[in-house]
Design a protein. Structure first.
Length: 253
């Protein structure tokens, strides 16, 4: 179906003003979706820059402040978005943080902060849209995990555990909603050219690139393309899947 013939659908992207989130918003808007980028209000400068970056989409992309680690906040923001824009049919959970330390040095605070955002955040959003999606008989949920959830990474017991947990969540929810027209899938990016990876030293960056068969970091567009594919109305027979987008960095069945 051409985008013009598709029903207008509202897509909510958490972490929506981040390196990957911004491009995910753009590609979903290009596919005819009305997009709401949900992110922390505290990132004022980024919010302003985000509005510039999506200005070309003529109001199809808007911003909603919310903290995904706060269940009540998520419920309130979903209610407000549904009043303003209509039912949320697509959710992309891309909000994420790192709190790296080897386990011997990791504090309970580093562990819990990360879990609250990277894992609880997925529950908090999905729990607040799932009744509407199943009642209407349509939904697309795409959870952003990471190759480090598949392989484990030194200094990231918290991040690797949360990201592996994200795909467990995906598979379980996919089973619960498969008969209701709701698909739930995971996209697992490899190393991408975003501020999260720019923060590592030049030497480590070169080592990372040397280990990627495709020979470069992923671009936000590489990841957003996979998300848009899974979020399409036509993608109804793919559910509970993990789609790795990592340049061949980690290959498995
Ligand atoms: N960049 C990479 O190479 C890479 C690789 C694998 C996985 N990922 C995952 O992709 C996702 C996006 O990463 P990114 O590179 O765009 O990072 P980013 O830091 O640019 O974006 C993450 C966004 O999440 C937002 N966020 C953080 N805490 C939040 C909260 N409590 N409530 C709402 N929003 C919150 C941040 O403000 C930020 O805009 C993350 O889940 C990350 O773990 C990234």
């Amino acid at each position: 179906m051409s985008p013009a013939l598709l029903p207008e659908r509202v897509a909510l992207v958490t972490g929506g003003i981040g390196g990957l989130g911004t491009e995910i918003c753009r590609q979903l808007a290009s596919a005819g979706r009305r997009v709401v980028a949900l992110d922390l209000a505290s990132r004022e400068e980024r919010v302003a820059a985000f509005h510039d970056e999506v200005a070309a989409f003529d109001g199809a992309i808007s911003f909603a402040p919310a903290d995904v680690s706060d269940f009540d906040n998520c419920r309130a923001v979903v209610e407000r978005i549904e009043q303003e824009h209509g039912s949320v049919d697509i959710v992309v959970n891309a909000a994420g943080i790192t709190r790296d330390a080897s386990l011997r040095k990791m504090t309970p605070q580093q562990w819990h902060e990360l879990m609250h955002v990277n894992l609880d955040g997925v529950f908090n959003l999905c729990r607040n849209v799932i009744d509407g999606m199943t009642a209407r008989g349509f939904g697309r949920i795409v959870n952003i995990s990471s190759v480090n959830g598949q392989t484990g990474q030194f200094g990231q017991t918290n991040y690797s555990a949360a990201k592996a947990g994200v795909h467990g969540f995906t598979m379980a929810l996919a089973r619960e909603t498969a008969r209701k027209g709701v698909t739930v899938n995971t996209v697992s990016p490899g190393y991408c050219d975003t501020p999260m990876v720019a923060a590592v030293s030049e030497e480590i960056r070169a080592q990372i690139i040397a280990g990627i068969p495709v020979g470069r970091l992923g671009s936000p567009a590489d990841i957003a393309r996979a998300v848009a594919f899974l979020a399409a109305d036509e993608a109804g027979y793919i559910t509970g899947a993990n789609l790795p987008v990592n340049g061949g960095y980690f290959m498995s069945f």
